[in-house]
Design a protein around this ligand. Structure first.
Ligand code: NAD
Length: 497
């Protein structure tokens, strides 16, 4: 019997990766573990599968992706239950996660041809006798590396974009949720049995590293910022392009004219859903002075009703409990006041909802990703101060603004890839909107038109239609012809606007 056990990480035993139910500590399931050679073999198989998949054309791929979408809908309860077993996520949260995933799969399948299909481009001055063609060609094989916190919607975004664009995908699910990852791959194979167009390779972080070095054309990574940097470094060895969807420390701003109860409800949902283990989760609130007291009271009332073990599931990754405990202790040590939960909130594997006020801006609870059901609320004098404090973070993933008059203007000024006005996390539910961050939250986009373009290379082709009357790009041109070209240039572009 061979066993690999890095403390705090899932166990690999007899070449099987074993995942654990975080609520009970019992085995949740097991999948075959890959090694570097198996990763390379999967990518080689995927190259052949990609050629076959491309041969199906836009319409053939669309039909199959839509059939997979319908399968996910049909078996939604089974998948939500599996997610609960493996990640601890409450079933209702799982059902909503799958709903968002279905939306992205549907959108990518239906829009790939329109967004990426070939198009003719208008002739320009120097090339009057030529026509331009723009095509978006797939990379071949895309590597997708996923996290455990949203083990369905986070990988489905890049997987559906990459597949719709004509790529095959080799998917490395998180070691904490490999069974859910394998379920996605197996159900896709029920719809597309002919070729391994979507495969999974399982293991710890080294298998993600092996995927980066395996000859894939592009990597889409979702996970922590620290790992994102390692993924970029591994991909840099062969100039493999990457999308990095990393961590966040999203802020919510409550302005003077906000609906305070709606803002409180959204702040509680945005910070505590999935036990706070949400990349775009609200971790900080900046509330302007006139509404601050009412807002704090409403948040405490609403968050106080949440029950651990019911709406608040267990913390999926045991070592995250130490980080959450550290942040809570740091906030208290620096003078923060817990108005709900606090010092004893961490009761493994659960963390009770915790709400802080008066936490200084240099506390880890304000500066670092906590990834637990905790929230800080800070009083600010106006929306300008709120924006300046919200933007004072290396991260820039999402954010939220509650208010009426200035809300959309404030949303534009937040340094982040997405903002919800009078809501939280809402932008992840729209298949036609791009998703991704700035700064230490990463770069590149999944979802929407930009998310489709991530998984294809633009290719420019010019085709001569006739002999040139005014040849420019040849040594055969005469000085008189060049003068005529310059005359045309002056006519077309010389006039000052
Ligand atoms: P993680 O970085 O620990 O792991 C993510 C994945 O990377 C896993 O599959 C892991 O096995 C793999 N990995 C680990 N080391 C690797 C290496 N050296 N090379 C290649 N791959 C490697 O992240 P996690 O704990 O699974 O997920 C939580 C983090 O993900 C949080 O920071 C959260 O904010 C972030 N996240 C971001 C988004 C987003 O869209 N921006 C979405 C969900 C989660």
């Amino acid at each position: 019997m061979t066993a690999t056990h890095v403390p705090g990480l899932p166990v690999i035993e007899d070449n099987q990766l074993i995942s654990t139910n975080p609520a009970t500590g019992e085995e949740a399931g097991r999948v075959p573990a890959a090694d570097e050679q198996a990763v390379r073999a999967a990518v080689e198989r995927a190259k052949e599968a990609a050629a076959w998949w491309q041969g199906l054309g836009w319409d053939g791929r669309r039909t199959r992706l839509l059939r997979w979408r319908s399968l996910l809908v049909e078996r939604i309860d089974e998948l939500a239950e599996l997610t609960r077993l493996e990640s601890g996520k409450p079933v209702n949260d799982g059902l909503i996660e799958i709903t968002a995933a279905v939306e992205h799969l549907d959108w990518a399948a239906r829009h790939a041809k329109k967004v990426l299909g070939p198009r003719r481009m208008r002739t320009r001055l120097l090339l009057a006798e030529h026509v331009g063609h723009l095509e978006y060609q797939p990379f071949g094989v895309v590597g997708v590396i996923g996290p455990w916190n949203y083990p369905i919607v986070t990988p489905i975004g890049p997987i559906s974009g990459a597949l719709a664009a004509g790529n095959a995908v080799v998917f490395k699910p998180s070691e904490y949720t490999p069974v859910v990852g394998q379920w996605l791959v197996d159900t896709f194979a029920e719809i597309v049995p002919e070729q391994p167009v979507l495969q999974a390779v399982h293991g710890l972080g080294d298998i993600g590293g092996a995927l980066c070095r395996s000859g894939v054309g592009k990597v889409s990574f979702t996970g922590s910022t620290a790992t994102g940097k390692k993924v970029m470094a591994a991909c840099a060895e062969n100039l493999v392009p990457v999308v990095i969807e990393a961590g966040g420390k999203d802020a919510l701003i409550v302005d003077f004219d906000a609906d305070v109860r709606a803002a409180a409800e959204a702040a509680v949902w945005g910070s505590m859903t999935n036990a706070g283990q949400t990349c775009i989760g609200i971790e900080r609130v900046y509330a302007v002075a006139p509404v601050y007291d009412a807002f704090v009271a409403a948040v405490v009332e609403k968050a106080g009703k949440l029950r651990t073990g019911e709406e608040i599931g267990p913390i999926t990754m045991p070592r995250q409990l130490d980080i959450i405990r550290d942040h809570i202790e740091d906030a208290l040590a620096k003078g923060g006041r817990a108005v709900l939960g606090g010092a004893d909130a961490v009761q493994a594997p659960y963390v009770a909802p915790t709400v802080f006020v008066d936490v200084p801006e240099d506390s880890s609870e304000i500066r670092e990703e906590t990834f637990g059901p905790t929230l800080t609320i800070t009083r600010v004098s106006d929306v300008d101060e709120a924006i300046s404090k919200a933007n004072d973070s290396p991260y820039g993933l999402g954010g939220s603004v509650f208010g009426k008059k200035n809300a959309v203007r404030a949303a534009r000024r937040l340094r982040s890839g997405m903002v919800a006005v009078n809501g939280t996390l809402t932008f992840v539910g729209m298949g036609n909107l791009p998703f991704g961050g700035v700064g230490e939250s990463g770069f590149g986009r999944i979802h929407g038109e930009d998310g489709l373009r991530e998984f294809a290379r633009p290719k420019a082709i010019t085709v001569r239609r006739a002999k040139s009357l005014l040849p420019a790009m040849t040594f055969e041109r005469t000085p008189a012809q060049v003068r005529q070209i310059v005359k045309a240039l002056r006519l077309l572009y010389g006039r000052k606007p």
